[in-house]
Design a protein around this ligand. Structure first.
Ligand code: AVI
Length: 324
């Protein structure tokens, strides 16, 4: 029953998503500098490429967070028992391939249900089916939509904990991050928890390697957004004439990813024409890095209070438990 309803909503959400993709792309490429929203990386192939990035040694945020999660989960299990929160309902934002939930499900035996929200529908449905096979007593509900928006969740009477791993919050501008935290608070409700992974500031060479892997997986991930525009919006980008460019912007405390035009060229998209000068770039992604105290201050502005903080070795990554 729950699943049938979620699928109906999903169809509506998909056509809205197609419409906003077209509008966002046309608007973004008319801006100076040109820009595209990183949420559009994640079609089926983009989600697969992101999984390939996570398999790279250079992309430390994935491995480091995954290694920290069993410790976090064991602590959380004790924490919730001490707080007398017997049964838990988890809402995962930007669920992707749902790999990070596994340490929580393996260590906290009071999780009764999981709502998994992600924009990439096919990927999400496959991951949810897999989780249902592995955790037979767990009620799993997929929601294919933009996780940054507020969601009307039905009351369960259980303690609710949002889960937002992977430092995906880093892909939001500070104002958007505040809005996400605010919306998550509204979605989860007063007294709810949010377990959130946040990438930290660190020596630049580590950051540089993580976003410029020698095998070019990150470059392919970045360029996939052009392939998607070609396919879905009748575009004619020539991928050979765009280059991946990623660097740490110290002033803003973020990695920036760009697609740089390697020559002067014109591109048609949805019967519109866009001109690119040689060297002009499309800004495709920011990945903000936060000192833990900086992040706690941001969270507090959205009425979230830090209850616990776990740091990975060498302070490479942070996981915070917030309460609303
Ligand atoms: C999903 N997100 C947290 C990744 C990041 O590190 O900002 C996306 C990514 N972009 C390039 N590599 C990985």
């Amino acid at each position: 029953m729950t699943i049938a309803l979620a699928t109906q909503d999903t169809e509506q959400a998909t056509s809205e998503h197609d419409r906003s993709f077209r509008e966002d792309v046309l608007r973004g490429l008319a801006l100076r500098p040109k820009q595209l929203a990183p949420k559009y990386f994640y079609d089926e192939r983009g989600s697969q490429l992101f999984d390939d990035i996570c398999a790279l040694d250079e992309y430390y945020p994935y491995h480091v967070e995954l290694e920290l999660l069993p410790t976090v989960a064991a602590d959380l299990s004790r924490f919730f028992r001490a707080e007398k929160n017997d049964e838990l309902s988890i809402v995962e934002f930007g669920a992707g391939s749902l790999r990070k939930i596994t340490p929580l499900l393996n260590n906290i035996d009071t999780v009764k249900n999981l709502t998994a929200i992600d924009i990439s529908e096919e990927h999400l449905l496959n991951s949810c089916a897999e989780l249902r096979r592995r955790y037979s007593g767990l009620d799993v509900t997929p929601l294919a939509q933009d996780f940054t928006l507020p969601l009307p969740l039905s009351q369960t009477g259980l303690t609710r904990m949002g889960f937002f791993p992977g430092s995906t919050i880093g892909n939001l501008h500070r104002q958007q991050a505040l809005e996400f935290l605010h919306n998550a608070g509204q979605t989860l409700g007063s007294g709810a928890y949010l377990l959130i992974g946040v990438d930290t500031k660190k020596p630049e060479h580590i950051l540089h390697q993580a976003y410029n892997d020698p095998r070019g997986v990150t470059a392919n991930f970045n360029k996939n957004i052009l392939t998607r525009i070609n396919r879905e919006l009748d575009g004619d980008f020539d991928l050979m004439h765009f280059g991946h460019h990623a660097f740490y912007n110290k002033e803003h405390g973020r990695i920036e990813m760009h697609l740089r035009s390697l020559r002067a060229q014109r591109v048609q998209i949805a019967a519109r024409e866009f001109y690119f000068a040689k060297g002009e770039s499309i800004h495709t992604e920011n990945s903000y890095k936060y000192h833990p105290s900086e992040f706690a201050t941001l969270a507090r502005k959205a009425h979230w209070h830090t209850r616990r903080l776990w740091m990975a070795p060498d302070d490479l990554f942070a996981i915070s438990l917030l309460q609303y």
